[in-house]
Design a protein around this ligand. Structure first.
Ligand code: FES
Length: 120
């Protein structure tokens, strides 16, 4: 995809330090994290059952969904509990205080959730 497919979704000041804010990009829910290493964008809902990540608890590099305890590493999007799941990660740029996101080339499986195979 060409660079012009990046879209401004919010200001850097909209995302608190060590915090997360969900944005909606053309129907796509995306979570913007403001980490000590910079901003990072992942899919905005828990892979278990679509709970918004901006309502989850952050502790260091880990975010925990309060509904059933699924955990993800913020820096990578990889699942901690369960380890086989993973958040999608989106290309992100910061330009003049604006956060820009580019949708992934294949969004065909973005809203699929497997609620039958999780562990506790
Ligand atoms: S919806 Fe997140 S753990 Fe169930």
């Amino acid at each position: 995809m060409p660079e012009h497919n990046f879209t401004s979704v919010c200001k850097t000041t909209d995302v608190p330090p060590n915090g997360v804010k969900n944005v909606n990009l053309n129907g796509l829910e995306i979570a913007i994290f403001n980490t000590k290493d910079g901003f990072i964008a992942h899919s905005g809902v828990c892979k278990h059952n679509a709970f918004k990540l901006e309502l989850c608890e952050i502790a260091g590099d880990m975010i925990t969904c309060p509904l059933h305890g699924w955990k993800y590493r913020i820096s990578t999007g990889k699942g901690i509990k369960p380890s086989w799941t993973c958040l999608d990660t989106y290309p992100l740029k910061v330009i003049e205080g604006n956060i820009l996101i580019k949708p992934l080339a294949d969004e065909s499986n973005k809203d699929t959730f497997d609620t039958s195979a999780y562990d506790w």
